[in-house]
Design a protein around this ligand. Structure first.
Ligand code: SAM
Length: 184
């Protein structure tokens, strides 16, 4: 299975809280192993960890990492680095190459991304060459490079599991699930 880690750059605690949380939750929901946050915002880390505790899986979040150290470390350990930027090569042209690699770091920015990142990345990839959002760019990229459908993934050890329904909400709590399995 592909190992994907998302590196979030340029997070400004006073204005990017929601979007960085959404970057983390999207990364988790679509099959990444974890998110590295290259800013100091422990609350984001705690919130995502708390969500993972309830919704399952073992997604990790690391707060306040050094971006260049993480990128170099990743590459020294055989990983490849894909920086998402509207200026890069368009995703459909990059997918065949991205799919060849088992260990991928996906970098997304917030404010202006330092020029050094464009040089350190193995690929600068655009999800269409129009400006939009890091959350959308990440989701589309992860979906396009996935080996199996990420929308049908099962998260282990979840306290809460949604049962898809056409109307309303149906959520099973861990204890109900255990009880159901016991009586079946
Ligand atoms: N103004 C910033 C700059 O010039 O680097 C970009 C701001 S944009 C809202 C934040 C992030 O969204 C970017 O760093 C990039 O990771 C992602 N992004 C936005 N549009 C994108 C696109 N078309 N393709 C890939 N990534 C995109």
């Amino acid at each position: 299975m592909k190992e994907i880690v998302v590196l979030r750059l340029g997070h400004r605690p006073e204005r990017d809280k929601r979007i960085t949380t959404h970057v983390g939750l999207t990364a988790r929901a679509l099959g990444a192993s974890g998110m590295l946050l290259a800013s100091d915002d422990q609350k984001i880390t705690d919130n995502i960890k708390e969500m993972t505790g309830r919704w399952g899986g073992d997604f990790f979040v690391e707060n306040n990492v050094s971006m260049t150290k993480e990128i170099r470390n990743w590459k020294e350990n055989g990983g490849k680095v894909c920086h998402l930027s509207m200026y890069g090569i368009n995703l459909p042209d990059a997918v065949p190459e991205l799919k060849k690699h088992d260990k991928l770091m996906i970098i997304v920015g917030a404010e202006k991304v330092p020029g050094e990142i464009y040089e350190l990345a193995d690929w600068n990839v655009a999800v269409g060459n129009q400006p939009h959002s890091e959350v959308a760019a990440l989701a589309i990229t992860m979906d396009r490079i996935a080996e199996s459908d990420p929308l049908t993934a099962v998260f282990e050890n979840a306290e809460l599991t949604v049962v898809p329904t056409a109307k309303g909400k149906n959520v099973i709590h861990d204890n109900e699930l255990k009880e159901k399995n016991r009586t079946e």
